[in-house]
Design a binder for this molecule. Sequence first.
Ligand code: DGY
Length: 334
Amino acid sequence: MSRAEPGGRPRVFVARRIPAEGLDAVTAACATDVWEDELPPPRAELLRLIAGCDGVLTLLTDRVDDEFLDAAGPGLRVVSNYAVGFDNVDVVACTRRGIPIGNTPGVLTETTADLAWALLMASARRVAEGDRYVRAGRWRTWGPQLLLGGDVHGSTLGIVGFGRIGQAMARRAAGFGMTVLYWDRSAAGSDVERDLDATYADFDELLARSDLVTLHVALNDETRHLIDAAALARMKPSAVLVNTSRGPVVDQAALANALASGTIAAAGLDVTDPEPIPMDDPLLRLDNCLVVPHIASASHATRGKMAKMAAANLLAGLHGERLPNPVNPEVYER
Ligand code: DGY
C-alpha cells in the first residue's frame, strides 16, 4: 500500500495498480493511494481507505453502494469504474447523492469480441481438451473419430445482446460465412441489420436455431439467469454456449447439468458466478467446458486505453467537469 501525502491536491484512492497510461496522470494531479495487492482490498480495508477521499477509482470487484458512499463521506465527488460494465455499482444510490460514475465503453469492444471468438472456436473445436489430451500422453495416432467437434464456418451464430460487442461478433461471423441471428430488448434497425447481415429473432427461436450462442448483455434483474435450464433445453444438443458478459447471466448449476447430460455440446466461459469459480464447481470436472479467468479485455493496448479513460473520468469529476463517459448522465440534470 503506497500512501501519498495530501498537499492541497484532491485525495483519491485507486483500488488496484492500473496501467501507467492512466495512473501516471492521476498520481501527477492527486494525492493518490494505490492498493498494490493483486487481490482486491478486503471490504473493511476498502471502507477505511476511501474515508475522506474526493475521488475513487474502482474495479468491478469493488462494490459501490450506500455503505461505500457513507464511508467515503460527503467530500466524494466522483467514482470512476475501470470497466465498461458497472453492475458492481449502485447507480441509483450514487445519483441520489449527485455523484457521477464513469466507465470505459468502446475501447474494449474489439478485444472482448476477439476473446469471445477464441472461446467460440476453441469450444466448438475442442482445443483445450485436445491440449490436455496431448499433455496427458494419450496421443497415439491420427484417429478418424478423434476429438470431433462442430464446424464454425457456415453455421448459425445466435448473438444475445446486440450492443457494441454483439455487433463486433456479427462482423467476425461474416468472415466465416455464418448466418447471424440476434436478440435484444429491441431490434437494431434495418440499416444495422443490413450492414451486418444479421436477422432479429425472438429469444426462444434464436436458441432453437443457433449452433453457437454468444452472450453480450449487461447484468441486471432482467438478465440474471437469462440462460437457465429451460433456455438450455431449447438449444440444439450440438450447440455451444459462450459467455463473456457476466457470470450470473447463466444459471451455472443448470449449465453444468446441461453439459453433463448432453443437452448442449460445450461451453466457453470468460465469466463465472462467483468469480473466481470455486475449484469444486462441477463445471471444472467437465471436459466440454472451457473456463478462462475474466480476461476478455486483457490485451496490453486495451487495458492501457481503459486506464486512460478511467483517469480522464476521475480527473474530470474532481475538476467539477462533466465526465467524458458518465454512466449516470442524469446526475447533471438535477
Ligand atoms: C468490463 O469492462 O466490464 C469487463 O468485464 C472487464 O474489462
